[in-house]
Design a protein around this ligand. Structure first.
Ligand SMILES: Nc1nc2c(c(=O)[nH]1)N[C@H]1C(S)=C(S)[C@@H](COP(=O)(O)OP(=O)(O)OC[C@H]3O[C@@H](n4cnc5c(N)ncnc54)[C@H](O)[C@@H]3O)O[C@H]1N2
Ligand code: MOO
Length: 408
């Protein structure tokens, strides 16, 4: 019999039983930093931008020279010169003067605003008519508006996204201090499993969990090593788990997690360390196991059914990874209208895949139905929702939170 924990209790055990690995940071080039976790705060040591810039194509002016002007009574200013992209502004604007400036070009000293080309008129005699007045600061950004030296731009623990890579480039951070990637060993077990490239014979099935779990761990930032499909032979399986624990920070085993005679995951974990829990009150995913070796390494036993393996990886293995990395989990979610009723009445939290689509009244969630042995019921899913243990289901039209299958 399994002594089941609630999903929250299981997460709490993960948090208390494991500590961050605190590995010394490594440095990677900016081009390789996407998806990596920042090891240190990134603090600016430069001004961004480093000079006052125009945000439009137009004429840099002294705002006070334009006050009161209009279509009928333009302010006529002397064109003092032209600012070129990639060069300093190079001139100082005297009263009554203006300078042509492109979008992003430097605003000359003395100028404090820019008027757009379309609101100016070139008289062709070295003077420009400004047809509408501008307030100081209009159409420009000032030195340091974006970032000043000492500003914290990105916090340690952040998984870097493309927009962060852009910000690091702006600061000239080309060597990025990151947390070393966790190394996770993955093992599929079962006499019936064959590699995906094989055509299954009678009674055989292709290994889904190996590629699935490796892909999820890679998406979560870990380095995975697949130790292959191991038949239901306890001694061989034990040796493979030991080999994986030797080389990796943790090992994920799928299949054999239940209580049948051939289900060896629990016995192997007890032999190699201690079992922290066996069983979670969730559907799918009930026979999930977590263990810890004497040296503190994690051993996870996931149910063989692929959908159960997917949800338990999503909820618990990812939580384990962020714990070992010393981060907090950030689960992205949206609110969507459930398109059909989904019932649940089995005393376990129920997890359902969902496809999201834009409906006439906003985002809609189409529940994916199917038993936990059917992986195709999740192909194309965007996320999932949970019906809590004490709830009998959600009616059609309910606004529900949908958690996205994303990296963090
Ligand atoms: N008496 C009980 N039987 C079962 C219980 C229970 O509580 N008492 N729980 C059921 C639930 S829930 C699940 S989930 C499964 C989990 O079983 P195991 O983790 O022991 O997994 P297996 O028996 O090895 O496999 C189950 C199923 O999944 C297929 N499988 C396994 N690995 C893979 C893989 N890598 N790729 C694709 N498919 C895989 C396997 O062929 C089986 O069909 O136990 C229930 N039984
Ligand atoms: O809970 Mo099992 O994990 O139903 O398939």
């Amino acid at each position: 019999m399994l002594n089941v924990k609630t999903p929250d209790e299981a997460l709490e055990i993960i948090r208390t039983a494991f500590a961050p690995l605190d590995l010394p940071p490594e440095t990677v080039p900016l081009a390789a930093a996407l998806g990596r976790v920042l090891a240190l705060d990134v603090t600016a040591d430069a001004w961004v931008p480093d000079f006052h810039r125009s945000t439009v194509d137009g004429y840099a002016v002294r705002a006070s020279d334009t006050f009161g002007c209009s279509d009928a009574l333009p302010a006529q200013l002397i064109l003092a010169g032209e600012v070129r992209m990639g060069e300093g502004a190079g001139l100082t604007l005297a009263p009554g003067h203006c300078a042509a400036v492109p979008t992003g070009g430097g605003v000359p000293q003395g100028a404090d605003a820019v008027q757009m080309l379309e609101l100016c008129e070139d008289y062709g005699d070295g003077t420009i008519g400004v047809l509408k007045s501008v307030a100081p600061g209009h159409n420009m950004i000032f030195r340091g508006d974006d970032v000043k030296p000492g500003d914290r731009v990105l916090p340690a623990g952040r998984r870097l996204e493309p927009q962060d890579i852009g910000a690091l480039a702006a600061l000239g951070v080309i060597s990025v201090p990151v947390v070393p990637r966790l190394r996770m060993g993955v093992i599929s077990t079962g006499d019936e499993l064959v590699p995906p490239e094989c055509i299954p014979a009678a009674g055989q099935v292709r290994d889904v969990n190996g590629p699935l779990i490796c892909a999820m761990l890679e998406q979560a930032g870990a380095l995975t090593r697949f130790y292959g499909i191991i038949p239901d032979q306890e001694d061989r399986l034990t040796r493979t788990v030991e080999e994986a624990l030797e080389a990796c920070d943790g090992v994920i085993l799928s299949g054999g997690s239940s209580v049948g005679e051939k289900d060896a995951a629990c016995r192997i974990m007890s032999a190699l360390g201690e079992v922290l829990f066996h069983g979670i009150a969730m559907k799918p995913g009930k026979p999930t196991l977590l263990g810890r070796t004497a040296s503190g390494k994690a051993m996870v036993g996931l149910p063989g059914h692929p959908v159960a393996a997917l949800f338990t990886t999503q909820l618990f293995v990812r939580a384990l990874l962020v714990r070992l990395e010393g981060r907090t989990m950030r689960q992205r979610q949206v609110t969507a209208r459930l398109t059909e009723a989904v019932s649940a009445n089995h005393g376990r939290a129920q997890y359902n895949g969902a496809i999201l689509r834009q409906g006439p009244e906003g985002l809609e969630a189409l529940p994916i139905r199917g038993k936990s042995g059917l992986i195709t019921t999740l192909a194309g899913a965007d996320g999932y929702f949970c019906i809590p243990r004490d709830c009998e289901g959600f009616p059609a039209g309910a606004q529900i939170p949908v958690y996205l299958f994303t990296a963090d």
